[in-house]
Design a protein around this ligand. Structure first.
Ligand code: SDX
Length: 432
């Protein structure tokens, strides 16, 4: 039996306990402290949770040292090459790959639930064209719960599958409608004969005025991008989905909270910030070394966006795959995006610079993804929406795993209080 002895000595008063040790299937070792406060009267403090596991999970495995990422045990390199986003969504949510019948039935259901209620279309009228699509996405997802009241009860497992299917299918429609709203073009309804990613392209870029041919290679690269974003263990937005869901909030509300968490520039909002950063470097003379000098000056507050990661202390395997896809997409489209050339020089310079090497800062999933989205014609403020679309099956899978775990309780961290000790109220005429 593995265990760890913890002894706390407070001014000579010594107390000890044996902490159970949990070892995961990939040899991750955890001290189980769930009875710590009850037995020793103390808590642990771990701001940003860098050393704290919030749960056990069988969905995604990351080895940050070796640059490994697997969904339900399958490496993303294989899924990226051989699978589709619909199949990966099924894998993440159901724990295994679907057989032929299951996959065609799952695809059919996603196709049959792609429309949003006609009343929801009017919600878009209230937004200014300049509204950030992440604001629309989170509001619309939460509002979906108004149209499916049976899903308001998070414990109603009967409706989980249909609710998950509605979300996976309708988020794509809402994303496309928010883009059309921003450019003043008419909404394009989904077409049932198109595949999941082909329908996204259709709804985003087609117009009622003429046929819009869908390029299979573009469908393939969008499948790859969505697969690579599909889950990533207990990141900021996934932890948010779990925390909100732990209060038994419904799936729509939990996912809407994950969308809001993803929006931040330290998280999913970074892909949009990378493009802004690259454009700024080019505008200032395209001197990547000058920019890195600014980043290294802590006073500047400037970060190398798309670099660094809490878990990956080596290459983010997704960045490697996206970088090579960026080259392929641009040559396929005959595009030459100067930002890609700047990005490559910036990466090369950073990887040779001890400031970044010493801090083990490498390109993450956001460093090159925006280059591809740009080449495919997506507006910059849609990049994080595409991240959310990709991450959706992961959020759903994690929410489901949490709700199926009988040991799940409401998430409620403790704190170390550092404020005033007891004070009496001061009447206003006695205050300075
Ligand atoms: C995602 O968690 C996930 O899995 C997230 C994600 C997912 O799939 O869900 O992978 C998606 O969010 C990727 C990250 C996208 N964000 C960015 O690219 C923004 C830029 N990166 C940084 O803000 C930062 O690297 C984070 C937020 C990603 C990670 O922050 P940490 O783990 O808290 O690291 P840190 O801030 O403690 O940095 C350690 C050191 C510090 O320097 P010192 O105080 O030791 O001198 O590295 C420095 C930081 O200043 N540093 C950077 C840097 N990232 C860290 N310096 C310059 N540029 C950076 N990008």
């Amino acid at each position: 039996m593995n265990s760890a002895k913890l002894t706390v000595n407070l001014g000579g008063d010594e107390k000890s306990m044996d902490l159970p040790v949990l070892i995961g299937t990939e040899a991750e070792v955890a001290l189980d402290i769930r009875n710590l406060r009850q037995q020793l009267g103390v808590i642990v403090l771990d701001p940003a949770y860098g050393n704290t596991g919030s749960c056990t999970s069988a969905i995604t495995y990351i080895d940050g040292e070796k640059g490994i990422l697997r969904y339900r045990g399958i490496p993303i390199e294989q899924l990226g090459e051989k699978s589709t986003f619909v199949e990966v969504s099924y894998l993440l949510i159901n724990g295994r790959l679907p057989n032929k019948h299951e996959l065609s039935e799952y695809s059919r259901k996603l196709t049959m639930h792609s429309l949003i209620h006609e009343d929801m279309k009017h919600f878009f009228d209230g937004y200014p064209a300049t509204a950030h699509p992440m604001a629309i996405l989170s509001a619309m997802v939460c509002s979906l719960s108004s149209f499916y009241p049976e899903a308001l009860d998070a414990t109603n497992t009967e409706v989980f599958d249909i609710t998950a299917t509605r979300l996976l299918s309708k988020l794509r429609t809402i994303a496309a409608f928010s883009y059309k709203k921003s450019i003043g073009q008419p909404f394009m309804y989904p077409k049932n004969e198109l595949s999941y990613c082909a329908n996204l392209i259709h709804m985003m870029f087609a117009t009622p005025c003429e046929p819009y041919p869908i390029d299979d290679d573009i469908v393939k690269v969008i499948n790859l991008l969505l697969i690579l974003h599909a889950d990533h263990e207990q990141n900021c937005s996934t932890s948010t989905v779990r925390l909100v869901g732990s209060g038994q909030a419904n799936l729509f509300a939990s996912i809407a909270s994950g969308i809001c968490a993803l929006w931040g520039p330290r998280h999913g909002g970074a892909n949009q910030e990378v493009i802004t950063m690259l454009a700024q470097i080019r505008k200032n003379g395209d001197d990547v070394n000058k920019f890195l000098t600014l980043v290294k000056d802590r006073q500047s507050g400037v970060k190398l966006m798309g670099f660094g990661h809490r878990v990956y202390k080596n290459f983010d395997p997704r960045a490697v795959l996206i970088k090579s896809a960026a080259d392929k997409v641009l040559s396929k489209l005959g595009r030459n995006d100067p930002l890609l050339e700047t990005a490559k020089r910036l990466e090369e310079a950073a990887l040779k610079d001890s400031y970044f090497v010493d801090r083990r800062l490498y390109p993450n999933v956001d460093f090159y993804s925006g280059i591809i989205y740009r080449a495919l014609g997506f507006a910059t403020n849609m990049f994080t929406v595409l991240f959310a679309l990709g991450r959706l099956p992961g959020w759903i899978a994690q929410w489901k795993e949490m709700n199926e775990d009988p040991s799940t309780r409401i998430g409620r961290p403790r704190q170390v209080y550092t404020g005033n000790t007891a004070l009496d109220y001061t009447p206003i005429d006695q205050r300075e």
